[in-house]
Design a protein around this ligand. Structure first.
Ligand SMILES: *Cc1c(COP(=O)(O)O)cnc(C)c1O
Length: 490
């Protein structure tokens, strides 16, 4: 079958050669986009994708990256407003990361850490993470992804309560519209209806409360009032379940995949107060918010709360190589170490030396180039001002940002407050229409319903933010023209 296809497709023979030397090829050689798209359709089942729809359209083939820019197989340059998938914090084309990876592969490409062994990069990375993490985080458990990190959380918090003599504390409380990954436990912790509808989820012992989404749920309240109100849903749920049944609460400091939902400042401190009151473990899922995204090393620092456990992935390696993990605070770590015996959990690639080498060099870059400070003091405020400017566009109801994540809502008619805008019918998929214009005009934004979001690489400059905003404004204009022609706006 494959042989046939290749024989028919003379261009693919040339492609085989390019696959052997992808870097050089990507820079110098032309790609047969249609052949790649055909093979992509024939063999590659993409994640979170309607494959029949993709087959009609054909996937865009990305071939090269540098800084905040990507190039596709047709030679088009695009601003990557989403850092790959919230992860390429240090930007594309970092030779020092590829060199660190190459060197580690030459020295020791793999060894496990199961049987009383360790590797140098894993030790060094664990030590550096303990230094960068908030106080009381001296230990790390490595995984290869954010989903695995959150799976680890479920087992670890239940193990903790077993060891504490309260094995009935099984329930983990999460939030609707949260994203915690795509494995059985990750998708269960997440609050996405579309995911729960497939595969018999959530698994037992995971329940959800409402999200701190002011625009959607805060009618008639100030933001500060709504923050306390939304945190109050946690206390209600704890009392409903019985406090002695609840193991932990998990949340993203700012919900990412849910649409960059930035909670009111009153929310997280109240969540922390409630967790403390009932002795419940607090888990901060920092897979997006960690490593500078919000202008602090970890998002919980910006929210001014001290969690018991932190999950991370994505930005720890800037996505160059998969790596994730759980930072374990002293409360849980001491119990696991002192009373625990064997913790029967782990992955072949826990502490993978190549992934750890990539992370070490990536973090060195973040530190040396002061990228976290730059987000806090320079680019974050500039992105905020820029998005505030975009809110004047006739299609934009309101816009918000936090560090280097931002979102704007497309509305049918603007209102005086976030609560009295007129929305589009979701069946018209206006966000996806807008995303199409962005994609065709050199800037990648993600659509979550009618909310358009960005999370650019932390290396983005103020000038590049302006360049991105100009393109966004142009594409908003294009979207408006398009929607008028479809009769969706007046
Ligand atoms: C991406 C993400 C995950 C899942 O990470 P994977 O590496 O895709 O498994 C978990 N939590 C949050 C907040 C994420 O954004």
């Amino acid at each position: 079958m494959t042989t046939n296809l290749l024989a028919q497709d003379a261009a693919m023979l040339a492609l085989d050669a390019t696959m052997l030397a992808p870097q050089r090829a990507a820079r110098q050689e032309a790609f047969d986009t249609q052949a790649l798209q055909r093979l992509d359709s024939a063999h590659f089942l993409h994640p979170f994708t309607d494959h029949a729809a993709l087959r009609k359209r054909g996937a865009r083939v990305m071939v090269r990256g540098q800084g905040i820019y990507l190039w596709d197989s047709e030679g088009n340059r695009v601003i990557d407003g989403m850092s790959g998938l919230w992860c390429v914090n240090a930007g594309y084309g970092r030779t020092s990361i590829s060199q660190a990876v190459y060197q580690q592969m030459e020295t020791l490409p793999f060894y496990n850490s199961f049987f009383n062994t360790t590797t140098v990069p894993a030790v060094r990375l664990a030590t550096l993470l303990a230094e960068l993490a908030p106080p009381q985080f001296e230990h790390v458990f490595f995984t290869s992804s954010g989903s695995e990190a959150n799976d680890t959380i479920v087992r670890m918090v239940r193990r903790y309560w077993d060891l504490m003599g309260q094995p009935q504390r099984q329930v983990i409380i999460s939030r609707r519209n949260a994203y915690h990954g795509s494995t059985m436990a990750g998708a269960s912790l997440g609050g996405m209806d579309g995911m729960h509808a497939q595969g018999g989820l959530p698994i037992p012992g995971i329940v959800h409360i409402g999200q701190p989404h002011y625009a959607q749920e805060g009618q008639g309240m100030t933001e500060a009032e709504f923050g306390l109100h939304a945190a109050g849903w946690l206390e209600q749920k704890i009392l409903e379940l019985g406090p002695d049944q609840v193991a932990a609460f998990i949340g993203e400091p700012v919900q990412g995949a849910g649409g960059v939902i930035i909670p009111p400042v009153t929310y997280w401190p109240e969540i922390k107060r409630i967790c403390d009151k009932y002795d419940i473990l607090l888990v901060s899922d920092e897979v997006i918010c960690g490593f500078g995204r919000l202008g602090t090393w970890f998002g919980c620092e910006l929210m001014q709360v001290q969690p018991d456990l932190i999950t991370f992935a994505k930005g720890v390696t800037s996505g160059y190589v998969p790596l994730g993990g759980v930072l374990v605070g002293s409360r849980v770590a001491q119990t696991l170490i002192e009373k625990g015996g064997d913790f029967n959990h782990g992955f072949t690639y826990s502490g993978h030396p190549v992934a750890c080498a990539a992370a070490l060099e990536n973090l060195r870059i973040l530190i040396e180039e002061k990228l976290v400070e730059k987000v806090a003091l320079e680019t974050g405020p500039h992105l905020a001002a820029t998005f505030a400017g975009l809110a004047s566009h006739p299609l934009v109801g309101h816009a918000e940002s936090c560090g280097l994540v931002a979102g704007l809502n497309l509305v049918r008619r603007k209102g005086d407050t976030v609560h009295d805008c007129e929305h589009f019918d979701s069946a018209h998929a206006v966000g996806m229409i807008c995303r199409g214009h962005m994609f065709d005009n050199g800037v990648i934004m993600r659509a979550v319903g009618d909310r358009m979001i960005v999370a650019p690489p932390l290396v983005i400059t103020k000038e590049q933010i302006d360049e991105m905003a100009e393109r966004i404004r142009f594409c908003l204009d294009q979207t408006l023209i398009d929607l008028r022609s479809r009769g969706l706006v007046g």
